[in-house]
Design a protein around this ligand. Structure first.
Ligand SMILES: [Zn+2]
Length: 151
């Protein structure tokens, strides 16, 4: 692994981008991201492949140091991973994460996030979450690799 990549600690920080601007900061425990990626891996089939980049992220998380309590920014090398917004979207909808909107600098109570998903006739779908003030936090094309989990 590239030595420039910072060590993963107990928390992972990630910024979603919308129109090239950081929209929101998300903090997850490494443990919950690890669990999610492992489940994704287990559930992937030939028709829904498990992406290589997810494997890299999982490896990085597996080598973490839980004594590091400061949140580690997901390395940009992995941030290029275009499906990570999709993973964040799934985690948040699964009730995980600490979210701060960068527009109003407010931490967002998970239960109050609003969902403005779009389902277009063309077959493309977009998942969109907005903060309590209506600022977009996450905007992703619905991933076919990720199936919605209902609890
Ligand atoms: Zn906001």
């Amino acid at each position: 692994m590239n030595t420039k990549v910072p060590r993963c600690g107990s928390l992972i920080k990630f910024f979603t981008k919308i129109d090239g601007q950081n929209a929101a900061e998300f903090i997850f425990t490494s443990k919950e991201v690890e669990k999610f990626l492992n489940e994704l891996k287990k559930n992937s089939k030939d028709s829904v492949p498990y992406p290589d980049d997810a494997e890299l992220i999982l490896k990085w998380i597996n080598q973490r140091d839980d004594n590091l309590s400061e949140a580690t920014y997901l390395p940009p090398e992995f941030g290029e991973y275009r499906n990570f917004d999709g993973i964040v979207d799934e985690l948040v909808r699964g009730g995980l994460g600490r979210i701060t909107c960068l527009k109003c600098s407010k931490q967002q109570p998970l239960g109050e996030l609003r969902n403005q998903d779009e389902h277009r006739l063309s077959g493309w779908s977009y998942n969109r979450l907005v903060c309590t003030e209506g600022h977009p936090l996450i905007y992703v094309e619905t991933m076919h690799i990720l199936r919605r989990r209902r609890h």
